[in-house]
Ligand binder design. Structure first.
Ligand code: NIG
Ligand code: FE
Length: 410
């Protein structure tokens, strides 16, 4: 089966095959072709180029006059398996309580954990499935999903089994992350080490045996997991082959970036509190700094210093953090708008951050994250628009018209 997209106004996001990410000043350039065709065979991109060189042999042809083609977004940080919602805390925040104050009185992550513990695996699967379908139609072609609302052996495993089923059933590319170290359950507030031991001695062995996760995450921040606790957990997970992708420096200069880099994290995520020392450490690592601007937007935090990071030569990735507490949205186009408006990233930088760099942050850059021959045909076609900058500019508009996953129109 060959699918030809012809008369494309512009193909956006061509990246040479050997490039696994883009960093620093290179983030501001985005390779494109005007008046182009894209040829897909089965689930792969097999050719693209100028319309002057387009051969018309295909089983199905889509005319994309006036429209742009993008590589599908990679959303490298989400928590889309959850039960219920937390709009009452949203109102508490409007009335002046902070995220940390809500968490201290048993709300926040513990509120979601209570609900999840009382929800069946099947119900969790069904609600997460709806969220997956929702983000797909906004142009997301790959997504990382975390556990972390179980916080007991049984419920963390239940969440990871849901993610495993999503992987099996969905045509999106999915990575699974174990986040047992998301918060201390109330009964462990005075005995952190006992909960860390439970993660290490009880949860990790089952997860490894059932192959339930690709990565291990820890919320290393003020009021959550300390650097020492994070280090213990990442050391233990490494023994099972789980690489780190961690929550770091959202609430303070927590040392999370340092302990993540020390443990060779694939990514460190959030990074609202990133100073010169943290930037220096990241510059000497292969860890992808991942920014989640909708969390700062929703919680009213200050934004991470994206400009400073890029000026120093770092790559950055963007993701949604889709979760019920700090970012109840999986809308990648809106993330690009926030990146441009609030982080002062250029549209080119935001697009690179949400595609090739986000693919790197979930280790799928060999098959996704750009338009290149041999890569998976996960792409989307926009409505007729004037330029790629129109995507972040026109915030809140639905501009993704046709989504193609594994070469199939959705
Ligand atoms: O990425 N920061 C930690 N975890 C989530 C929030 C989870 C929640 O509030 O439910 C985050 O923002
Ligand atoms: Fe998160």
């Amino acid at each position: 089966m060959r699918l030809l997209i012809r008369n494309i106004k512009q193909i956006v996001g061509l990246v040479a095959e050997h490039k696994d990410k883009v960093s620093g000043t290179a983030m501001a350039s985005l390779s494109c072709i005007e008046n182009a065709f894209l040829l897909i065979e089965k689930d792969k991109i097999i050719d693209f180029g100028s319309m002057n060189n387009c051969l018309e042999h295909a089983d199905k042809i889509i005319d994309a006059t006036g429209k742009l083609v993008f590589p599908a977004w990679c959303d490298s940080h989400t928590h889309i398996v959850y039960a219920g919602s937390r709009e009452s805390e949203f109102v508490d925040k409007i009335n002046g309580l902070s995220y940390e104050e809500i968490a201290k009185r048993g709300g926040g992550i513990l509120n979601s954990a209570k609900r999840l513990q009382n929800t069946s695996e099947q119900e969790l699967f069904e609600s997460a499935w709806m969220r997956l379908e929702e983000i797909k139609m906004m142009g997301t072609g790959a997504v990382e999903i975390k556990s972390g609302y179980g916080l007991t052996v049984q419920d963390e495993i239940k969440m990871l089994r849901v993610i495993k089923r999503l992987k099996e059933k969905s045509n999106l590319t999915i990575k699974s992350t174990f986040l047992g170290a998301h918060a201390f359950p109330l009964e462990y507030k005075q005995n952190h080490q006992a909960y860390v031991n439970m993660i290490i001695k009880e949860m990790l062995p089952i997860i490894a045996q059932e192959k339930l996760a690709d990565y291990c995450d820890v919320f290393c921040d003020r009021g959550f997991f300390s650097v020492e606790e994070t280090d213990q957990i990442l050391n233990a997970s490494a023994k099972y082959g789980l690489k780190p992708k961690i929550h770091a420096n959202e609430l303070d200069y927590s040392g999370g970036i340092q302990v993540g880099v020390k443990n060779k994290a694939i990514s460190v995520d959030h990074l609202e509190f990133t100073g010169d020392d943290e930037i220096e450490i990241l510059l000497h690592s292969n860890t992808m700094p991942t920014l989640l601007p909708s969390t700062a937007f929703f919680l009213g935090l200050h934004y991470p210093p994206a400009r400073k990071m890029i000026a120093a030569g770092l790559p950055v990735a963007l993701a949604t953090d889709y979760n019920p507490g700090s970012s109840p949205s999986g809308n990648m186009p809106f993330i690009l708008s926030l990146a441009c408006v609030k982080l002062k990233m250029l549209p080119e930088e935001a697009i690179n951050a949400a595609t090739i760099n986000a693919a790197y942050a979930m280790e799928v850059n060999n098959e996704l994250g750009s338009i290149a021959i041999g890569k998976k045909a996960n792409v989307f076609i926009t409505n007729p628009i004037s330029s790629y900058a129109f995507i972040p500019y026109s915030f809140g508009s639905r501009l993704v018209e046709t989504v193609i996953i594994n070469g199939i129109v959705q």
